[in-house]
Design a binder for this molecule. Structure first.
Ligand SMILES: NC(=O)c1ccc[n+]([C@@H]2O[C@H](COP(=O)([O-])OP(=O)(O)OC[C@H]3O[C@@H](n4cnc5c(N)ncnc54)[C@H](OP(=O)(O)O)[C@@H]3O)[C@@H](O)[C@H]2O)c1
Length: 242
């Protein structure tokens, strides 16, 4: 993997160089997605078919920085999320900066159709957070409260502004979101997206799949390009709030 913008440099980027390029100090929300060249968010229902070694490497690296790892219930259900794990080197990097060794998993869901026996909950190194709304089914709130802190904001959909402020008050200010599209759409609509890391995989997925964003239309927002990396025909783009 090497940098093609800014300051093109054919020297392969090692872990230290990548760590510096993706430093995320927050507070704020960074999104991470992978897409095909023709804009697909999944192949046969999952993101795995879009991935490549460089994307996997950056996917893992991005988990090193945040206080919280935010993901939509749809992605948890489809992708079979495991508990957040970081290797010893990444945990040491965090501890040296006064961070907890692990980010907390934060799952957002209005319906709470989430099994409390998911490994993402039962094997979590830190107690996860579930963000929901005040109309969530009470029996589901009770079931999930056994394995997570359940926080309710908003009457129907989660009031994302209030939820993010609450998380910040709880020490979760720097957030990485791994999607999916409906969560990205609602974060964009609430103007809460500060950064987008996007891998463009050298694939044509063909028609059928959705985009990386979904939901009702909202306003157009500008982004500024922070860097472009290249690896094996894939592009790794980092865009930030201007
Ligand atoms: N290419 C990539 O990088 C990537 C990344 C992630 C996911 N994906 C793909 O995306 C697909 C899943 O798409 P998706 O749109 O269903 O994923 P999603 O955004 O993770 O999940 C949508 C669900 O999250 C909850 N949610 C999101 N925003 C909410 C809000 N503001 N308030 C309350 N609940 C909210 C709702 O859960 P409830 O229904 O439980 O109420 C909603 O149905 C899968 O095929 C997955 O593989 C791809």
């Amino acid at each position: 993997m090497y940098r093609i913008w800014p300051d093109p440099d054919p020297t392969p980027l090692d872990d230290a160089a990548l760590t510096a390029l993706y430093e995320h100090t927050g507070p704020g929300i960074r999104m991470n997605f992978v897409t095909s060249v023709d804009g697909a968010v999944e192949i046969e229902g999952r993101s795995a078919g879009l991935g490549n070694p460089a994307d996997k490497l950056v996917f893992g690296l991005l988990r090193q920085y945040p206080d919280g790892l935010l993901v939509g219930a749809g992605t948890v259900r489809v992708e079979g999320y495991n508990a957040v794990r970081l290797d010893e080197q990444r945990r040491a990097w965090r501890s040296a900066r006064g961070l907890d060794p692990y980010p907390r998993l934060i799952v957002i869901s209005r319906r709470l159709d989430l099994d409390p026996t998911y490994k993402a909950f039962t094997e979590a190194p830190r107690r996860p957070v579930v963000l929901t709304s005040r109309t969530a089914p009470p029996d589901r709130v009770t079931a999930l409260s056994a394995v997570a802190d359940v926080l309710a904001h908003g009457d129907d959909q989660v009031d994302l502004g209030a939820a993010v402020a609450d998380l910040r008050d709880r020490g979760i200010g720097t957030i990485l979101s791994e999607g999916g599209p409906h969560l990205f759409g609602s974060l964009t609509a609430a103007d809460l997206v500060d950064e987008v890391c996007l891998t463009v995989s050298p694939l044509l997925a063909g028609p059928g799949a959705g985009r990386i964003t979904a939901g009702p239309p909202s306003g157009v927002r500008d982004l500024a390009l922070a860097h472009v990396l290249c690896a094996d025909d894939a592009l790794l783009l980092r865009y930030v709030r201007p």
